[in-house]
Design a protein around this ligand. Structure first.
Ligand code: FAD
Ligand code: MG
Length: 363
């Protein structure tokens, strides 16, 4: 029932007795008031505190954000809009993205990109140099050849790998900081920011949360985690570290810490098994095969998620000793190394408790 029907239809109005009208008017007035109250409650709920999280599929994974007791809808909206923008700029699966345009123009011409993309590419090149090429953002041809994580994964022939290896070399990237242009010198080269851009997206989400003056939050973008603020009861944050021997969601142990970022690279994320051997998605750019450094996973605990993302991948490729050399350059950075023999090493500042007793802490 609505007020228009009562006032517009004159014939009907004549048929309605005064008593009926009174009842209908009272009912109308009641529903109007109730609707108003519902509207006010809805607005209050959406503008104020909602202790909830939001998760969306983006960046090829589940991106989840929890703003705890200060979860304003507008902040969630801003975060997920930002993530989508980053994906549109940096995904290799979107033909119009900056990265796809750079790859399509490899060996032909340089491509001007958005400042976000340029920032991530510059940092990726820094980590390529810093890691002596273990981290290499030009692994694109290897990612395509192996197809790990896709239905078309394969174990390529040795000569196929040898043919594309010269295309994997970060030194053949030319950057123009004035114009934000990027040039891949050889035709067939391809950039891939899969090992660093999720970290950048997590940092950007954290920036939005801090700007909104939200005190406590948790960001988890498929293994790239940022914890913001101090828990209400002042206890440390607790993060479950993925068990690299089991499927996703099974933990190896619990890490306790203050406000930090935690990023893990491991063999479990994307892989296929052939003749009882596991072929995973983190490549050694020098051999063209999945890295075999004796590690199952590396977790880096630090302050900037983009750096921790690049570091965890680089350290995974380099292995424990050389990886430790890299880590020590970053003040305050800590790590958890999980080895193929099921031993686990943690750096001095890590508070980690194993929960899977088939693993053991090595001194
Ligand atoms: P990391 O160790 O951080 O990175 C491993 C990845 O980096 C590999 O998968 C490879 O891409 C690359 N890599 C491998 N070896 C090296 C090396 N030596 N140096 C540098 N890089 C290396 N996945 C989808 O399935 N569908 C999508 O639509 C999709 N869109 C994405 C969009 C964006 C913008 C990004 C950043 C990623 C996207 N992904 C997508 C990829 C997906 O989320 C990856 O699994 C993820 O980026 C790998 O991250 P990781 O943390 O598991 O491993
Ligand atoms: Mg990484």
């Amino acid at each position: 029932m609505n007020s228009d029907r009562l006032t517009i239809n004159n014939e009907k109005r004549i048929e309605i007795s005064n008593h009926e009208l009174l009842i209908r008017k009272s009912f109308l007035s009641f529903t109007r008031t109730a609707s108003l109250y519902i509207l006010i409650i809805f607005i209050l709920l959406s503008c104020s505190k909602t202790d909830s999280s939001r998760a969306e599929l983006a960046l090829g994974t589940v991106c989840s954000v929890t703003l705890f007791e200060e979860g304003k809808t507008s902040v969630y909206e801003e975060i997920f809009t930002r993530i989508n923008t980053i994906e549109i700029l940096m995904s290799v699966n979107i033909p119009s993205s900056d990265i796809s345009r750079i790859n399509a123009a490899a060996g032909i011409e340089s491509v001007q990109v958005h400042e976000d993309t340029f920032k991530v590419i510059e940092r990726a090149v820094f980590f390529a140099e810093f890691s002596g090429g273990a981290f290499d953002p030009t692994v694109g041809p290897l990612v395509s050849l192996w197809g790990i994580g896709t239905r078309d994964h394969q174990l390529p022939a040795q000569d196929e790998i040898e043919k594309i290896l010269p295309l994997v070399n970060w030194r053949n990237i030319e950057l123009d900081t004035e114009t934000h242009s990027v040039f891949l010198k050889l035709p067939g080269m391809a950039r891939d920011l899969g090992a660093i851009a999720k970290g950048y997206a997590a940092d950007e989400a954290a920036y939005i949360i801090r700007k909104a003056e939200i005190e406590r939050a948790k960001i988890d973008f498929g293994g790239d985690i940022i914890l913001i603020g101090i828990k209400e009861d002042k206890s440390l944050w607790r993060v479950g570290i993925q068990n690299p021997g089991l499927s996703k969601g099974n933990i190896l142990g619990i890490l306790q810490m203050q406000e930090k970022t935690v990023v893990t690279s491991g063999v479990y994320e994307r892989y296929f098994i052939k003749d009882e051997k596991r072929y995973h998605h983190i490549f050694d750019p020098f051999t063209g095969y999945p890295a075999e450094s004796g590690l199952l996973s590396v977790t880096v605990i630090s302050d900037i998620s983009m750096d921790a993302d690049a570091l965890s991948t680089a350290i995974f490729v380099l292995g424990y000793e050389k990886g430790m050399d890299l880590l020590t350059v970053f003040p305050g950075a800590e790590a958890i190394f999980v080895f193929e023999d099921k031993s686990v090493r943690v750096t001095a500042g890590v508070d980690f408790k194993l929960t899977d007793e088939s693993y053991w802490i090595a001194e």
